[in-house]
Design a protein around this ligand. Structure first.
Ligand SMILES: Nc1ncnc2c1ncn2[C@@H]1O[C@H](COP(=O)(O)OP(=O)(O)O)[C@@H](O)[C@H]1O
Ligand SMILES: [Mg+2]
Length: 331
């Protein structure tokens, strides 16, 4: 049985189709990620899977339980850590976890043990009696995650777990996520618009854009499908059109992206392709200014599937909305 599954799932808000006929399945124990820009439909999907929103059509299942007809069983199986922190700043870390434990109906005689366990896992034991206002952004996020683990869910949903944190803190959060995954042997479903995060954490990634899943695969397979190497080339003058058409005849070249006098060439054997590029350019009297050989990144994959880059902006609209919904769930 899959831990998470959707079948032709769609969600519209009036004229806006936030989630457009998506079908995917997550194996038990996998770290699965949705990678996509703001507005792609990531949070909407998570909110359907966590029973906070009703789908317009299609089906969503968590461990075989249908979110529409068995929401209670779904909620018992899941932990949900939303993008914006939900902890109370004026309580201590421990008090926040106590509150969370009661909301989750954890048996009284187990509460202390569970809290100690998650505090230790997330390395906040020595800060547990400090008020959260004194915590850094990374510590707050760790406390949020700890709260989502208290009832030992079988699947943990993390919506943009490191958004807004600096890169060092993000890396540390990744380590905690890996540690949790290992110790609890749970499924993790996360969303992100950071390529590196998806690459570092996920066994498989679904690239989502404008409500549609463009591709689902492991980061490795996605990158390999692009050709093993990327040649970045800048040049000036000469016959650009002939240059391009001759390059396209080279078998080892799989794809060429053009951007003024910059070419990004995806090739299977970069070191064999480079001499050929020089030969063609000298015949056509094209002056190569720079050339470099690198491995493909998920950025390259994303652009090739969506035709655009992931932009990093946030209106804050979604965050407020999610906060309000979470409160309703807890009430
Ligand atoms: N409650 C809502 N009412 C109207 N439009 C919404 C609502 N929630 C989300 N949307 C729209 O649905 C689309 C997907 O949003 P969302 O799932 O939050 O994307 P993501 O989490 O990938 O940034 C966006 O265009 C967003 O503006
Ligand atoms: Mg979102």
């Amino acid at each position: 049985m899959y831990s998470v599954e959707t079948r032709s799932l769609s969600k519209s808000f009036g004229a806006v189709t936030a989630v457009n006929d998506i079908s995917f399945a997550v194996e038990s124990g996998e770290i699965f990620g949705f990678l996509g820009p703001n507005g792609a439909g990531k949070s909407t999907t998570i909110m359907i899977l966590t029973t906070l929103l009703k789908p317009t059509s299609g089906q969503a299942l968590v461990f075989g339980f249908d979110v529409m007809t068995q929401p209670k069983q779904v909620r018992q199986s899941i932990g949900y850590v939303q993008q914006e922190s939900t902890v109370d700043e004026y309580l201590t870390g421990k008090e926040n976890l106590l509150l969370q434990a009661r909301l989750n109906h954890i048996p009284k005689d187990q509460i202390d043990k569970r809290i100690d366990e998650v505090l230790e896992l997330i390395e906040l034991s020595d800060k547990q009696n400090d008020p959260v206002v004194t915590y850094s952004g990374g510590m707050r996020k760790r406390l949020d995650i700890a709260g989502g683990l208290l009832h030992r869910p079988k699947v943990l949903f993390l919506d943009e777990p490191t958004v807004g944190l600096d890169i060092q803190t993000r890396r540390k959060i990744w380590e905690y996520i890996k540690k949790i995954h290992k110790e609890f042997e749970m499924t993790i479903f996360l969303t992100t618009h950071y390529m590196e995060e998806a690459d570092q954490l996920c066994d498989r990634i679904g690239i989502i854009d404008r409500g549609k899943i463009q591709v689902i695969d492991s980061p490795e397979n996605m990158k390999n499908a692009m050709g093993n190497e990327v040649i970045s080339l800048t040049f000036e003058n000469g016959n650009f059109a002939d240059f391009l058409s001759q390059l396209r005849q080279i078998d080892l070249i799989k794809k060429i992206n053009e951007d003024n006098n910059k070419l990004t060439i995806f090739a299977s054997k970069g070191t064999e392709v480079i001499p050929k590029i020089f030969q063609i350019s000298s015949e056509l009297q094209i002056k190569i200014i720079s050339i470099s050989l690198t491995q493909p990144t998920l950025d390259d994959v994303f652009i090739s599937y969506t035709g655009h880059e992931i932009r990093d902006d946030d209106t804050g609209f979604n965050r407020k909305r999610e906060h309000a919904k979470m409160k309703r769930l807890r009430a």
